[in-house]
Design a protein around this ligand. Structure first.
Ligand code: GDP
Length: 380
């Protein structure tokens, strides 16, 4: 059965036909081969949506929302992408662009009108500041949404045998990590993603960051562990409550860096031998857990959920490309606000307008389109 859509009322804005045939690959292949022999070619990934953008049927951020919806790993991410598909981001960007252009016109008018202003004319700091503040608000809210869209990385770190794999298993409620009573047998980091507080959370079970040199841990595993810790949005520092604290526990605290860290004391089912004085050095209060009995795990989960959903909650969800563009635009306007002359202010404003145009304008360059549509699958 062939459904015909006449231009411009089709997905791409062109004349379009959709062929429905029996499922299974043989019938579909036969139809496809027939079409190819008649001069058709198969579509590139995302080609239909790309054509729709070029024909002005949808903006670039709406097109990206199509891919973001397809890839969404949580309901929050899906709803955010749907809002963008409905034009939320495009409308916002159009509004700010309008304000920037007005500002730009005014500055250029002043520059042309009054020669003296070239040197020391008053930069409209208040007005620029208001636009910069608006952009900052959007960037902050959007940055918070990055976790919702891309998920949060949580790394579990601790000395060998502290119980990292056991905790990892408890947290992901699966059996994907192998625990072993022999210290140092978790060679590779193992990860699993679960949805917590509407956020896809990737737990990484590190292979023993503090393991002494000379043990059988491969260089690759160390590099992977360091990378996992570096990329972590939240760190779970795990200590063994059944043993006295040692230098490797100090190293664990140091490795957490300035990131949000949850300090946990494991093996509370055993007699406590962990020093109270060490507990005071921890950047956060020690949460007692027992991976053996499951005690404290629920509280640890809710602590994580609270960190993940901290803040007012994003008004807008964006992807990484859009966030980068919005932040550079904000930076340009912050620089414009402290520009020494009107001329520098106008340069920054112009570059802010250019950057903002990359969020949506299809004419912004084929490299942007290539990058965006490389994520799409064939048929979208
Ligand atoms: P990792 O090297 O940090 O990944 O530690 P593992 O998760 O492999 O655990 C090391 C050993 O401690 C294993 O024998 C676990 O069964 C044991 N273990 C882990 N958590 C607990 C706990 O809460 N209580 C007790 N008694 N043993 C535990």
């Amino acid at each position: 059965m062939v459904t015909v859509f006449r231009a411009p009322r089709s997905y791409t804005g062109e004349d379009l036909a959709e062929i429905s045939c029996h499922g299974g690959t043989v019938a579909a292949d036969a139809v496809l081969n027939l079409l190819i022999s008649a001069g058709c070619r198969t579509a590139e990934p995302g080609e239909f949506t790309r054509r729709a953008v070029l024909a002005g049927k949808m903006t670039l951020s709406q097109a990206e929302a199509v891919a973001d919806m397809a890839e969404a790993r949580s309901e929050t991410a899906f709803r955010g992408a749907l809002a963008r598909y409905r034009g939320e981001l495009s409308d916002l960007v159009a509004g700010i662009t309008e304000d920037l252009k007005e500002l730009q016109a005014e500055i250029e008018y002043t520059l042309g009108f009054d020669e003296r202003n070239r040197a020391d004319g008053a930069v409209p700091k208040g007005r620029i500041g208001r636009i910069a503040a608006r952009l900052s608000g959007i960037v902050d809210s959007a940055a918070g949404s990055r976790l919702l869209v891309e998920g949060a990385n949580v790394a579990i770190i601790g000395r060998p045998n502290a119980g990292k794999s056991s905790l990892f298993n408890r947290l992901v409620e699966g059996e994907r990590a192998i625990t072993s009573p022999v210290a140092g047998t978790t060679r590779d980091r193992i990860d699993a993603t679960v949805v917590l507080a509407g956020v896809p959370v990737r737990f990484v079970d590190t292979a023993g960051l503090t393991r002494r040199a000379g043990t059988h841990l491969s260089r690759l595993a160390i590099a992977q562990t360091n990378k996992a810790v570096e990329q972590a949005d939240i760190i779970i520092a795990l200590f063994d409550g059944s043993r006295p604290a040692g230098p490797s526990d100090e190293a664990v605290i140091a490795a957490a860096g300035g990131r949000p860290v949850i300090c946990t004391l494991n093996k509370t089912d055993l007699p406590r031998r962990f020093d109270r004085s060490f507990a005071r050095k921890c950047p956060a209060r020690l949460m007692p857990v027992s991976c053996r009995t499951g005690a404290g795990i629920a509280r640890l989960r809710s602590r994580l959920a609270r960190i993940l959903s901290a803040g007012p909650g994003p008004k807008l969800t964006v992807n990484r490309r859009q966030l980068e563009t919005l932040s550079s635009c904000r930076d340009a306007m912050v620089r414009a606000g402290s520009a020494p002359t009107l001329e520098t202010a106008t340069l920054e404003t112009r570059s802010a307008i250019d950057m903002l145009s990359q969020v949506d304008a299809p004419a912004a360059g084929t490299d942007i389109l290539d990058r965006v549509f490389a994520r799409f699958c064939v048929g979208k």
